[in-house]
Design a protein around this ligand. Structure first.
Ligand SMILES: Nc1ncnc2c1ncn2[C@@H]1O[C@H](COP(=O)(O)OP(=O)(O)OP(=O)(O)O)[C@@H](O)[C@H]1O
Ligand SMILES: [Mg+2]
Length: 460
């Protein structure tokens, strides 16, 4: 679209008048930091300069899908909202954005036969005879367009066109500043959120250490209580037996009184024993959760454990979002039998992977709606020296650019406050350090994510 004016502006007076305006604009911009207000100030000046003309500025939106007249603080009073799809050729504006040159037409009627888009130009402003369209470009990227239209033939001079091009440069620069500020603000917000999360994780870690410390301190006295409780239960049984032997020689009142005391004593000792054991199991749990300590290896039915946690993960997600549903495909190798693992910790691994899968598929479902159904596949295999567990979901997958980071502590793509990014790093530690196994991830972006765990069978 080669439609530049035939000559460049050589009228000294015209140049002087537009340079004066540009000078004023430059001064205003450099002393006022409200970029949105500056854009409107520029437009006011343009309106005063192009008298009796229609001026329009349209910006490309963040998704680069629409051209809109209400972005970057463009004033709206008296102006109806206007937006058009960027990739459609039905609108003259979107057609223009796809061209490389600016446009200057001094008599639209003359273009009737030569310009195939004549009807579209008429759509823009049916009565326009003169038009100028300029691109708004910042650092090589199109950010929008600016147009000036007039009902008269030859309404604009080449000097007007030059002025418009200078103006478009100013507006593009202001948009660039606004975008940069926005990105900066986003980065700042992210930084604040991740700092907060880091503090939270540190707090959790020290809380874990503290509770492990307390648990450790309580363990010894509790041991005494429990051991003596067991002994005392036995002793009270012995006492009761002795009492039965001697009770013949007692009078009725003494006998009943002592029998009652012995019975109370027996039931009290039984209660101390039971509750002491309960306290012990709580303390054991607290100690297991403290990192760095290896839990107890217990022969475990891996298939049953996995099935249990698939179920738990699914119901956990349903509790948060009742509309969530997922098809579960399972293939358990029944020849595995029981193998030595730390079930409490392995179950944390399963739960985290399944929670991640449910979260990921639910996100995809929200986007694709009916076109998609979440599926989770779990598989176990009995290999020669190890067992292999595969957990796969058909969610959004993990982009290649971040797949190496998913096991890093604190790596998360969840919105701030929703994930600590510790799930997979803890899982990795449990599988690799505690069980001397392997943990890997495979994924195709947009298609699936699969976590593969291998645990040796000969753990002792
Ligand atoms: N099944 C999956 N599909 C897609 N991305 C995943 C999947 N599993 C993990 N990820 C990616 O790996 C990141 C780290 O996972 P991880 O479990 O360590 O932390 P998180 O889930 O973000 O947080 P938390 O576990 O504390 O809730 C996730 O934020 C996500 O980007
Ligand atoms: Mg997680």
């Amino acid at each position: 679209m080669k439609n530049q004016p035939k000559q460049s502006c050589d009228d000294a007076e015209s140049i002087r008048s537009y340079l004066l305006i540009l000078n004023e604009l430059e001064h205003h911009i450099s002393t006022n930091k409200d970029y949105h207000a500056n854009i409107n100030f520029l437009l006011d000046k343009a309106e005063a300069y192009f008298k009796n003309s229609n001026i329009q500025v349209l910006f490309i939106d963040d998704d680069r899908k629409l051209l809109r007249n209400d972005l970057y603080g463009l004033k709206k009073e008296g102006q109806p909202a206007y937006e058009i799809t960027l990739n459609e050729n039905n609108y003259f504006e979107s057609f223009f954005i796809q061209q490389s040159d600016n446009l200057f037409i001094s008599n639209l009627d003359e273009k009737k036969n030569e310009n195939v888009l004549q009807d579209k130009i008429q759509l823009v402003l049916p009565e326009a005879k003169s038009l100028m369209f300029v691109h708004l470009i910042h650092e090589g990227t199109a950010v929008g367009l600016m147009s000036v239209k007039n009902k008269e033939i030859n309404a604009f001079t080449s000097c007007n066109f030059e002025f418009l091009q200078h103006l478009s440069f100013f507006i593009s620069t202001l948009v660039g500043q606004i975008v940069k500020d926005k990105i900066l603000k986003q980065h700042e917000d992210e930084l604040i959120a991740s700092r907060k999360q880091l503090l939270e994780s540190e707090k959790m870690a020290s809380l874990g250490q503290l509770s492990a410390g307390i648990a450790h301190e309580i363990k010894n006295p509790l041991n005494f209580i429990n051991n003596f409780a067991v002994l005392s239960v036995d002793l009270s049984t012995e006492l009761s037996e002795e009492f039965d032997k001697l009770s013949e020689q007692m009078n009725q009142n003494d006998k009943e009184y002592l029998a009652e005391i012995i019975q109370d004593l027996q039931s009290n000792m039984q209660k101390i024993k039971e509750h002491g054991q309960r306290a012990e199991s709580i303390i054991k749990g607290m100690l297991l959760h403290s990192r760095g300590k290896t839990g107890e290896l217990i022969p475990t039915d891996i298939n049953a454990l996995l099935a249990e946690y698939v179920n738990l993960g699914y119901h956990g997600m349903r509790a948060q979002d009742i509309s969530f549903n997922i098809k579960i495909e399972s293939s358990y190798d029944q020849t595995i039998g029981r193998i030595q693992v730390v079930p409490q910790n392995l179950s944390r691994v399963f739960l985290n992977i399944i929670n991640n899968a449910c979260y990921a598929t639910n996100e995809k479902k929200t986007k694709l709606k009916e076109a998609y159904f979440p599926t989770l596949s779990v598989q176990t295999k009995n290999r020669e020296n190890e067992i292999e567990i595969r957990i796969r979901d058909n969610g959004p997958g993990i982009p290649q650019s971040v797949i190496d980071k998913v096991f890093n502590p604190f790596f998360t793509t969840k919105p701030p406050g929703q994930g600590t990014g510790l799930g997979l790093s803890l899982s990795y530690e449990i599988i690799v350090k505690e069980h001397h196994g392997e943990m890997q991830v495979e994924s195709q972006d947009g298609e699936y994510a699969e976590f593969i765990i291998k645990i040796p069978k000969n753990l002792t």
